[in-house]
Design a protein around this ligand. Sequence first.
Ligand SMILES: *[C@@H]1O[C@H](CO)[C@@H](O)[C@H](O)[C@H]1NC(C)=O
Ligand SMILES: *[C@@H]1O[C@H](CO)[C@@H](O)[C@H](O)[C@H]1NC(C)=O
Ligand SMILES: *[C@@H]1O[C@H](CO)[C@@H](O)[C@H](O)[C@H]1NC(C)=O
Length: 467
Amino acid sequence: MAAKSPFLLPSIGAYLISSLFLLTFLCGAVKYEPNWNSIDSRPLPAWYDESKIGIFVHWGVFSVPSFSSEWFWYHWKGPQPFSSVVNFMKNNYRPDFTYADFAKDFTVQEGIFDPNHWADIFHASGAKYIVQVTKHHEGFTSWPSNHSFNWNSMDVGPKRDLVGEVAKAVRKYPDLKYGIYHSLFEWFNPIYLQDAQNNFKTQNFVFGKTLPELYELVNTYKPEVVWSDGCNGPDEYWNSTYFLAWLYNDSPVKSTVVTNDRWGRSALCHHGGFLTCHDHYNPGTLQKRKFENAMKLDYKSWGFRRDTTLGEVITIEKLLQNIAQTISCNGNILINVGPTKDGAIAPIYEERLRQMGSWLKVNGEAVYKSRPWTYQNDTVTPNIWYTQRKDLKAVYAFLFEWPDNGFLTMAAPAPTAQTKVTLLGYPQPFTYQSPKHQGMVVKIPVIPYNKMPCKWMWVLKLTALAN
Ligand SMILES: *[C@@H]1O[C@H](CO)[C@@H](O)[C@H](O)[C@H]1NC(C)=O
Ligand SMILES: *[C@@H]1O[C@H](CO)[C@@H](O)[C@H](O)[C@H]1NC(C)=O
Ligand SMILES: *[C@@H]1O[C@H](CO)[C@@H](O)[C@H](O)[C@H]1NC(C)=O
């Protein structure tokens, strides 16, 4: 048939090859190999960059003493104990009390813990994804793991699947994604300590605990973020590239999942998905590679503390400024809240999250789906940070202070005859002058307090710029 024509065969061949190529491309059927070159070559699924803001939830047995920080156990029994923690135990508990004894008081009470209420708060905050601590360095799993005998939330304490309950509640909102945090190592796990003592030449902990847990978590809860931590030890010890190759090639979340860089000592800040480098990573300059600024509402602890004072809680102004700086430089921000042992989110944290949401309702256009601009902050006036929306052909200037002398100088934007300046959430455009050299001087009108579109931080939208 077709073979009759000498020209048809090669063209069918070419057609087949090119459509195979197209199929491979369209289905994303690239096979990732267990090495960093290959793992690093995977593009981040677009949802992640567009989301910009996530919420981190630190909740575990450390929420029971709720004193000092989630590192309570380590600061009590580790090699360099904190006297505050040691004294807290001496003064409040019987001498033979162990850390494991705290677990039965991880009550997660009916009538106090309501995962739907959490999801409502998270949704109202304007965040687009959640990362829940499923196992911190203490080793307690907040799901009924088959690999954490008697040290999981079904056997002791809550008697519930906390991961499953939060995941289900969060997913009731189509625009909220669910992710997990998981610690590779455990402070006091004897099998881990033995491996470490063997210079990480044995992998009994990795193959007996860490990896089985990770596979179990991904297969059971299908998280869209896998946020690894506790990466003491070499990448090879954790067998990270093998796990990630499975995650990207064969897991139930292979096309949507994003992950971070905490997959081993030398992966940190170099390999994996987005880079977290260190906690509160907010570099202040444009980063080539996508990063995430993991930070917290309580300056001193990721877990809930009863000893937090008001001055130790971030203000809404500082929180919004952190967001602006982070996204201007190509980052996402992951904002941490620590619920109480009974499952409440304290009103001060609920307030911050709802304040953020109210601000984003007015200014979200400059945040979600934005990209870093040519300039991250202004070259002359301090405390102005920029983003752009390529789809809307607009540049946004985030103002940390309201310019109450009537004028605002911005040196970075180069206006054209068509340039328009508006304040997000405010109906009338602003006028401006463009001095001969460069930049613009915007006239700031007097706006009555009750006509201001928002509080705390303001966003100017600039269109039809020359740069
Ligand atoms: C634990 O093992 C049991 C029995 O094999 C299985 O039914 C259950 O799904 C496992 N749990 C998880 C979280 O994988
Ligand atoms: C990692 O796991 C895979 C699959 O089990 C195995 O083939 C490989 O040898 C392991 N790599 C290391 C470095 O242990
Ligand atoms: C812009 O940000 C950089 C990096 O954070 C800082 O060094 C510089 O002083 C800022 N510029 C102005 C005008 O404040």
